[in-house]
Design a protein around this ligand. Structure first.
Ligand code: SAM
Length: 242
């Protein structure tokens, strides 16, 4: 099979013989920066149709055209895992979104808690980070990044069948739970902000059905580290790292 060194996300449907127009930015990147010429190969994915090997049929710096030749990977859906996290500083929030996409979260939900410092996030920017992460890591799925919502509102509408792994810093030093005993199914992980959760939030979460309050070990981790650690623990025990 021909080799494509560049992977690109596109909105268009992908299928045998499908022509795909690339955007101005992508054309700039493919034909201006990477200097691809007609006849070169690019791997395309759209989050729905797997990955396709495509051939460049028109190349100029403002627009271009590719044609799908053959499917190089089927779409691989991640496990049904959401990551809920309280936004922190911009670069660290970007890091959380990027790592969550790489590590196989199906949905990424910023939530604002009592001690959340930043009350605004640019959903479109975070979504672009998730997309770029999928491009880089060979994923064929792009997790949706939800708009920022208040944690209280999210919990008020919590789906009865989805379990929640509440990463609870008040349990620091306790043994880390073996997540395999908690059972498979739809799950979410919840990570708090730099200031942690308020006593009211901890009480509410601990009182909810389907919420499992867990320790992440003997040290208090920064929120971005905690997100990566919790995703790794969950993926190994209950996800697709097994
Ligand atoms: N300022 C808080 C404190 O000193 O207790 C720590 C908050 S921590 C920086 C941010 C989030 O990471 C927490 O809300 C929690 O969700 C998670 N976290 C960090 N370390 C943890 C641990 N050892 N066990 C459980 N959760 C942890």
């Amino acid at each position: 099979m021909k080799n494509a060194k560049i992977r690109l996300y596109v909105d268009a449907d992908l299928a045998d013989g499908q022509a795909v127009a690339v955007s101005r930015d992508q054309s700039h990147y493919l034909f201006g920066v990477m200097r691809l010429k007609e006849g070169a190969f690019v791997a395309l994915f759209n989050g729905r149709d797997g990955e396709w090997l495509a051939k460049v049929t028109a190349a100029n710096k403002r627009n271009g055209m590719l044609v799908c030749l053959e499917q190089s990977k089927p779409v691989q859906m991640p496990p049904d895992l959401w990551l809920l996290f309280a936004p922190i500083k911009k670069a660290r929030t970007d890091f959380i979104v990027e790592k969550a996409a790489e590590m196989g979260a199906a949905r990424i939900c910023p939530v604002s808690t009592e001690f959340t410092q930043s009350d605004r996030v640019r959903q479109d920017r975070l979504q672009a980070h998730a997309l770029e992460a999928a491009e880089q890591c060979g994923g064929t799925y792009v997790p949706e990044v939800a708009e920022l919502q208040k944690l209280d509102a999210v919990l008020a509408n919590w789906p009865a069948d989805r379990k929640l792994l509440f990463c609870d810093e008040t349990r620091v030093g306790e043994a880390v739970t073996d997540l395999t005993v908690l059972g498979a199914g739809p799950w979410a992980i919840l990570i708090g902000p730099e200031g942690g959760f308020s006593a009211r939030e901890v009480e509410r979460l601990r009182g909810m059905d389907g919420v499992h309050s867990v320790s992440l070990g003997p040290r208090v981790l920064r929120a971005d580290t905690a997100a990566v650690a919790a995703l790794a623990l969950w993926q190994k025990a209950l996800g697709d790292w097994g």
